[in-house]
Design a protein around this ligand. Sequence first.
Ligand code: SF4
Length: 478
Amino acid sequence: MKEACGVFGVYAPGFDVPHLVFDGLFALQHRGQESAGMAVSDGETVTVVKDMGLVTSVFDARTLNSLQGHLALGHVRYSTTGPSTWQNAQPVFRSAGNAGFALGHNGNLTNVAALAEAAGMLPGIVTSDSELVGELISRAFPSVDHVGEGEDPDLEQALLEVLPLLEGAFAFGLADATHLVGVRDPNGFRPLCLGRLEPQPGAPEGGWVIASETPALDIVGAHFVREIEPGEMVVIDADGPRSFRPFPEERIDPKLCIFEFVYFARPDSRLFGREVHAARHRMGERLALDAPAEADLVIGVPDSGVPAAAGFAARTGIPFGQGLVKNRYIGRTFIAPTHQARVEGVRRKLNPLRESVEGRRLVVVDDSIVRGTTTRQIVKMLREAGATEVHLRVSSPPFRWPCYYGIATPDRGELIAANLSVEEIAEHLDADSVGYLSLEGLIAAIGAPGEGFCSACLTGEYPTPVPVHFGELAGAQP
Ligand code: SF4
């Protein structure tokens, strides 16, 4: 599975805003490593800098020092629709009204074809769903008919017109010359939070921050104010934040992606008031109850399998140790388009600690098994390193359905749990046994009672209609 994207914006007169956005994007790098960009406004002009690559390679000190402004929007991208090209790097910029605006998107729209058709756009005119939204918003500027007397049509009004048309997963950050905007879709599939920068010398008003995850607030010294709610639009300008509800009430149905807790979010993120690391530890504890195993050592597959492995060990009393070393420099997303390349990619990424695993019966905890390619290689490596038994334990339920909400997953035909029973999976992976955490156990481990989750890739119950043929836009990859 590949991450979606990360969004980070700052409205803070008197602060060094471009450097804050750089730091915020750096904290969100795990959400997308293909491209990075930021749009900076000095109150009149919006300047966009974006390129392919990591945040540290797109922005150097010279670039950051050349950018001036009191508000900025940044984005890191992993492409889930549209090819990985410079054109599709974000923020997307569009001219509209008296100036222009920039858009950064985390998620995937599910009604792209209908929107494009309704707007009279031929396939290929826009190359990603984010481009399409940018186009729709820019077209909405002149047609706004509910603008107050003497006012210019603006981003806020255009958004109120366009947002209700959109379906699927979208956490947007937007910026024009004078406003920073954060939006979450009515299901809140992807996280987005609001933070506050306290006043400081030279910046008596303090500032406001929007971010995909809370560690990006921490890194810039902002404190967490609240999550932007599903179906909410927050507009920040010189008067501070204002909240809007652009969607009909019947569409509001909170469904945060449960895999944010299992895998995507940083361990130090807080979602629904719960720290992700502690939730992963509890997933391991619960996994030990749902799928116990007899073994000499519990190890985790780095990185996100490790806290769950510690939880499994704590509950069972089996010693916890490190059995796999990860190459820190390979990046979280090793882009491996072919089966053979994926196999080699595992070897580049992970290596066993022979003295830890030799002669031992192992419980190996991972966060998920998607295709099984990586897991099969891990089992092989551990056996070659001398493990006498390998019992795989997975801190989420079987992954049986593709995601249409911003996570790149394979077709059903390639999802191992969609095609094989648990026993057949164990046989295919050459593991002595395989055990999964139950959905009930996963939700209990997260420990956010009353909160709603999307678990469609585990249950096939999609919270919104999903397209039968997904991929009408050029280059779309479901
Ligand atoms: S389908 Fe799965 S990966 Fe996609 S949003 Fe829902 S829970 Fe997350």
